[in-house]
Design a protein around this ligand. Structure first.
Ligand SMILES: [Zn+2]
Length: 691
């Protein structure tokens, strides 16, 4: 059963591997919705801890380190800084952004492991694990790839198939190979500690089934794992990068990254308190059940992407249940994936919009990104980001509706009311209707927020802006001013009150914009409880003219971003290109029949009506000849004059475009399809033979 009226909230956002930058898929999947939820809770006066950090262990870190020629520590230091800075710039309002490499995390993880070990929760088992004899290393998780037994993806990892989402063990992979050396691994005995999820299944089932209010995608995925039957899962790994196993004689072993990473939420909470107060005292109230009634209940909510559902809904709760002193997640509102311009977002293929690049290339547009990612969030199914949609939403929604309303209210106040909130006079029906509507919005938006339906919340926020626009269009203060200035005072007072509420209820999604509006209106210290009120702004208080909240985004800006993606795709295609296989064998006589000579291009001109052909006049020593060559997409006529070339002289003449071509110029084709002349290494005389 969900907790209905908690005393406080512990809200976590996924710990991301510190092995690469943040992209819009991460933001839409987890961080933007988490930040909206937390900002809403804070505005509602709730006590919240908003916890996240980087996951700095696990195989992906060591793989990245190898790739970049750095140590794992250098990799995590580099990306932690970058990730932390870009989250801050986007206004993601973590209370703490910690790191799993911190001592407090190592201690907390080892304590919990040791506690479970002492309680004899784990099964100790010696099993055969894959071992790479070339690299002299056991192959945990992502050091091993093979064919997924479920969906036949040829590149499934040892712990998970990213195509179908199945959790796997390396032994289930077909045709396994080592990602270190590419070698076929061998089996070798090693001892590890397993969490007996099979025995714990009834408790886990009771927990999951008690939360039928979870999002359908989350609840459904859990049910499907439970239906398949849970299996024991190793909580230690044969690896040298990570947290040492707190048990004697375990050299060369570390805690499984999915054992310790979620504990990172707990240790990050301690880290937050240490940074704030110098001691972790009081961390328990965020993570443990109330000791007495006065402490009140804590509601734990995990924001994650759909690829992490099993770890947060089954494995982590199972660990905490076995430990016995912890609260379990009340909700895990995982999103589906966001795709990009018709393709899956991929770090390795560089098919992504990177946050740090966005912030640099589109400065001061944090709220535009937050808006677009929320309006199009993959809440119930995969969604798609396109730059065209980004532009349309900015230009027609943020500029055309939201910005337009606030701007009109402020500018008309400047023009007709000396830049001060005017006094409201007698109300007409249309005014009362507008104020009634205004009063109803905050509760409706709050309900969507409480239920993790942020798209719906945003659409209601935009409806409030539309209400404001409609009110101004219906009351037409720009006409009324000529006949009835008193009436204009009432209209603009109401328009400004709507603006004030809009700035409060849109703050979770558009924090930067909200701050700008509140500065213009002189509104401060107001929160969700005040939203909807008709007297948020006192008559006579100044209204400042500000800069436009949003600006139109031109086609050229969008085209540049789309071009960047296409360049990345082209680069990938090149990298994917392989050398053609060698043609079937021939005899020397076959080669000797070809009379290849050195020649010089004397003249060149385009062939009329042909896209490809250049007409070349060449000197082959004994005579001059005319050749039509299909190179005009690669070379301009004037560029080729004077080039020394190799020329197949005894190829039978053929007619092209009504002209006779005699022989053929030899060209080499590069990886990207571009052509180059094949030339002798020194200035050989025309007519020289090639043998
Ligand atoms: Zn699969």
């Amino acid at each position: 059963m969900p907790i209905s009226n908690p005393e406080r909230y512990t809200v976590t956002a996924a710990l991301i591997y510190a092995n690469g930058p943040i992209h819009i898929g991460h933001l839409a999947g987890c961080y933007v919705p988490a930040d909206i939820y937390v900002r809403y809770l804070r505005s509602s006066g709730k006590e919240v801890a908003f916890i996240s950090g980087t996951d700095e262990h696990g195989v992906p870190i060591t793989i990245r380190a190898k790739k970049e020629g750095l140590t794992p520590q250098q990799v995590v230091d580099k990306y932690y800084e970058q990730i932390d800075a870009s989250f801050k710039s986007l206004g993601i309002s973590f209370d703490v952004y910690s790191r799993t490499s911190k001592p407090v995390h190592h201690e907390t993880s080892r304590e919990i492991f040791r506690d479970l070990y002492d309680k004899k929760v784990f099964i100790e088992e010696t099993t055969e694990q894959y071992y790479d004899e070339t690299a002299q290393q056991f192959l945990a998780d992502r050091y091993i790839v093979g064919t997924c037994p479920v969906c036949a993806n040829p590149n499934a990892y040892g712990d998970q198939c990213e195509r179908c989402g199945s959790t796997l063990s390396p032994l289930e992979l077909k045709d396994p190979r080592s990602t270190l050396s590419g070698a076929k691994p061998v089996l070798k005995a090693t001892k590890n500690w397993y969490l007996p999820l099979d025995k714990m299944q009834p408790d886990i089932e009771a927990y999951v089934n008690g939360h039928s209010e979870w999002k359908t995608n989350v609840f459904g995925q859990c049910q499907s794992w439970l239906k398949d039957g849970l299996k024991p899962r190793a909580m230690t790994r044969d690896l040298d990068w990570g947290i040492k196993v707190p048990v004697e004689d375990t050299e060369g072993k570390v805690l499984y990254v999915w054992f310790e990473a979620p504990i990172g939420y707990i240790s990050a909470t301690k880290d937050w308190l240490i940074q704030k107060n110098g001691t972790d005292e009081g961390w328990q109230k965020w993570w443990q059940p109330a000791k007495d009634a006065s402490q009140g209940e804590t509601k734990l909510v995990h924001f994650i992407g759909k690829d992490n559902i099993v770890f947060h809904c089954i494995i982590f709760p199972a660990m905490l249940m076995a430990e016995g002193n912890y609260i379990l997640a009340d909700n895990v509102p995982a999103n589906e994936f966001m795709n990009l311009e018709g393709d899956k977002i991929s770090t390795s293929r560089n098919w992504a919009v990177w946050l740090h690049e966005y912030l640099e290339e589109l400065p001061d547009k944090q709220d535009v990104l937050r808006y677009v990612l929320t309006a199009n969030a993959p809440e119930t199914k995969d969604s798609e980001f396109t730059w065209k949609d980004f532009q349309t939403r900015n230009n027609s929604e943020l500029v055309g509706i939201y910005g337009n309303f606030i701007n009109r209210a402020v500018v008309l106040t400047q023009k007709f009311c000396e830049g001060k909130v005017p006094q409201r006079g007698e109300l007409q029906d249309i005014d009362r209707a507008a104020l009634d509507e205004l009063a109803a919005f905050p509760a409706r938006i709050a309900e969507s927020m409480e239920n993790y339906r942020f798209r719906e919340a945003l659409s209601l926020i935009m409806d409030l802006a539309r209400t404001g626009n409609k009110y101004l269009a219906d009351t037409q203060p720009w006409h009324a001013i000529k006949t009835d200035p008193e009436r204009v005072n009432t209209i603009l007072n109401i328009a400004l009150q709507i603006s004030a509420t809009l700035s409060i209820v849109s703050e979770p999604v558009l924090p930067f914009t909200s701050a700008k509006i509140q500065e213009q209106l002189g509104l401060s210290g107001k929160n969700w409880q005040d939203a909807g009120k008709a007297d948020l702004l006192a008559a006579g208080s100044p209204v400042l003219e500000g800069k436009l909240l949003f600006e139109k985004i031109e086609d050229s800006v969008i085209e540049k971003q789309v071009q960047k993606l296409h360049d990345a795709k082209r680069q990938n295609e090149l990298e994917g290109k392989t050398v053609l296989p060698v043609k079937p064998e021939i005899q020397y006589d076959d080669f000797a029949k070809m009379d290849i000579r050195v020649a010089t291009i004397l003249e060149a001109e385009n062939v009329p009506k042909s896209k490809k052909l250049l007409k070349l006049r060449i000197d082959i020593g004994s005579e001059q000849r005319t050749v039509l060559s299909g190179i005009s997409e690669h070379f301009k006529a004037e560029e080729v004059i004077g080039q020394k070339v190799l020329y197949l002289a005894n190829l039978a003449p053929r007619k092209m475009m009504g002209m006779e071509s005699h022989g053929m110029i030899l060209m080499a084709e590069d990886r990207d399809g571009s052509l180059a002349f094949v030339q002798p290494g020194k200035d050989v005389w025309n007519g020289g033979t090639v043998n």
